[in-house]
Write a new protein. Sequence first.
Length: 97
Amino acid sequence: MKSITVQQLHAREGVPLIDVREVDEFAAGHVPGAVNLPMSTLGEHLDELPDGAFDVICQAGGRSGRVVQALEARGHDATNVDGGTGEWIQLGYPVER
């Protein structure tokens, strides 16, 4: 499974970011530009995933890791963000609400 650090995510440009946390978690604060597709309903929204490479984030990296493994098995070019939104916020990076 491919993964990147929060610092690498911060430096990336042009790669879509999918946040798989639940709607209320996402609303409480997320990485700017992230698109919320909760893990609990992702199976219903596979057609909304980007065509090319994209990153997947959750709160700490556990849920997004499971999602990336499942999506890789289906042929998607997905990368997990280790440390997740929690580490993003700890490092003082900008947050959208």
